[in-house]
Design a protein around this ligand. Structure first.
Ligand code: NDP
Length: 254
């Protein structure tokens, strides 16, 4: 039996990038995984197909985040997917991974863009937790995907960094509030990872090697580098850790 057999996970933004790596890893550990996506259904279906081809269980969960009523819409799709899978209602592992970046320097921040980043990166995870609590079983796991930008200043990403700071504060605060139910709440803070978020705007070899140079290992991170730590936080092995943010950046900023 695998370590997450019998558990159910929901990974927001599980269709691509780091989220896909997390969804695949949790499924490999035996969890039934809701693979959430916003507009890219094809990528979600591809991820679900890859998990199934590998002997795992997964289903797609479509819902745009950052719009009014998003959490309720998402759980409606999640519950429908669970019924299709003939799974017991309930949730054991919630991974708040979906986010948008690209906020700019302080002079460039537009109020609309600020509101959007806050809505997707902060408000959506908070209300996904709030509405997830009645599904989340005691002893469950909430794992938030933050970023090294909270601890290391990147002046070109002011709003984005602020959203991740808020997510880490949410992690700390909820951890104390949910301890009585045995639910742990932790975060991971990746450095630069090879996903669309980074690579689309860095097409040259120079730009990519500058990104790699942030890590003491002189490479850009892979989704699996993050997923393996999330899998640890999702497992029983992490039961005595809560309210923490684990740096998974390959030594960025050392
Ligand atoms: P990607 O841009 O590669 O993927 C983003 C995922 O989130 C997609 O599945 C996307 O779905 C979903 N998503 C984004 N916006 C929305 C929305 N408004 N509504 C619904 N779904 C949405 O991101 P990464 O994999 O790079 O990043 C994942 C997490 O890791 C984020 O929290 C990011 O901040 C964090 N991170 C990333 C780093 C990196 O270097 N890549 C570094 C540090 C942290 P769809 O395609 O359907 O819109």
């Amino acid at each position: 039996m695998r370590i997450l057999t019998g558990k159910t996970a929901l990974v927001t933004g599980g269709s691509r990038g780091i989220g896909r790596g997390i969804a695949e890893r949790l499924a490999r550990d035996g969890a039934l995984v809701g693979v959430h996506y916003g507009s890219g259904e094809a990528a979600a279906l591809e991820t679900v197909a890859a998990i199934r081809a590998n002997g795992g269980r997964a289903f797609p969960v479509g819902c745009e985040l950052g719009v009014p009523g998003d959490a309720g819409t998402l759980y409606g799709a999640f519950d429908a997917g669970m019924r299709d899978e003939d799974a017991e209602p309930g949730l054991d592992i919630l991974v708040n991974n979906a986010a948008v970046s690209g906020s700019g320097r302080v002079d460039d921040i537009a109020p609309d863009n600020f509101d959007r980043l806050m809505a997707v990166n902060v408000k959506a995870p908070l209300f996904l937790v709030q509405q997830g609590l009645k599904r989340l079983r005691d002893g469950g796991r909430i794992i938030n995907v933050s970023s090294v930008v909270v601890k290391h200043a990147f002046p070109e990403s002011v709003t984005y960094a602020m959203t991740k700071g808020a997510l880490e504060t949410m992690t700390l605060t909820l951890a104390k509030g949910l301890g009585a139910r045995g639910i742990t709440v932790n975060a991971v803070a990746p450095g630069f990872v090879a996903t669309d978020m980074n690579m689309r705007r860095r097409q040259t070899a120079e730009a990519r090697s500058a990104l790699a140079a942030h890590s003491v290992f002189n490479r850009v991170g892979r989704p699996a580098d993050i997923a393996d730590v999330v899998a640890f936080l999702a497992s029983d092995d992490s039961r005595w850790i809560t309210g923490q943010c684990i740096d998974v950046s390959g030594g960025t900023g050392l």
